[in-house]
Design a protein. Structure first.
Length: 263
């Protein structure tokens, strides 16, 4: 009897241990997603709810896994670290796949691509290329690829005494245009910001010779390193959504919704 009891105990302990390893730290039925919801059409607030392309993707993943989706709006520059230390299961925030970030977290297959755009007042005639941003104040969302690009160009002297004005989101940056000459952010977000504000215009950030100031970027969804089970589920859903043209459809749909609410 004693033997059977201890055997049951061992089996129970093993089962718990396996679940802790396999299910991450959260031994429950939720899928926790961190995002930064000031980034239409990928994530923004619509009727008091976080919606967008990334959220629609994660809903499909949660459905596939039979889990409940919990989406939390956090500072963009904390997302990868929170996924790395297991605070969140997933980071879905239009996150550009970069080698330095891939040291921290594992990325899904790419599902969207983008390039760097610049936003200036409609009346501005002075800013046409990267060179024109020399010595200027530039509004940028903290911790983004725009932030890294401009910081590098300041560090190597290309942009002279230019200065980064840090913001929590590109939309907030663009709403404070009097504090800076320009805002740099990803293409679709820039295009939606100016679609909602007739005092602003947006165009690709190019070098003086007209070539792009930075390489094309690709978005990926991130999970904790080694969480292959979750990553495989995400990749499967992304593959299906891309093959059926659903991601493109969602970009259209959520761009229209963002215009509707001025997000
Ligand atoms: N693609 C850029 C990056 O990875 C900007 C992403 C900003 N995303 C957001 N949800 N605010 O740095």
């Amino acid at each position: 009897m004693k033997k059977i009891l201890s055997l049951i105990l061992v089996v129970m302990m093993l089962a718990t241990a396996v679940c802790f390893v396999g299910c991450g730290k959260k031994n429950d039925n939720t899928l926790t997603v961190y995002t930064e919801a000031g980034f239409a059409p990928y994530e923004f607030i619509y009727n008091n709810e976080i919606v967008g392309v990334d959220i629609a993707i994660m809903k499909a993943v949660a459905e596939e896994l039979g889990k409940e989706l919990v989406v939390t709006d956090v500072a963009f520059d904390t997302i990868c670290t929170s996924v790395q230390n297991g605070k969140a299961d997933v980071g879905a925030a239009g996150i550009t796949i970069r080698p330095d970030r891939a040291e921290q977290v594992d990325f899904s297959i790419p599902y969207s691509s983008t390039e760097q755009y610049v936003i200036v007042p409609v009346a501005d005639e002075t800013i046409k290329t990267l060179d024109d941003l020399k010595d200027k104040k530039i509004g940028i969302q903290n911790g983004t690829t725009s932030d890294m690009l401009i910081a590098d160009l300041i560090a190597d002297g290309t942009l002279g005494a230019a200065e980064i004005i840090p913001y929590t989101s590109p939309a907030v940056a663009a709403a404070s245009m009097n504090k800076q000459t320009a805002v740099v952010t990803d293409k679709l977000t820039a295009q939606l910001i100016v679609a909602n504000d007739s005092s602003l215009k947006a165009f690709p950030l190019v070098k003086a010779d007209g070539t792009p100031a930075a390489e094309v970027e690709e978005y990926g969804i991130c999970v904790q390193k080694g969480n292959t089970e979750l990553l495989e589920a995400i990749n499967k859903v992304l593959g299906d959504l891309m093959a059926s043209g659903t991601i493109d459809q969602w970009v259209e749909e959520y761009s229209a919704k963002a215009k509707e609410v001025g997000a």
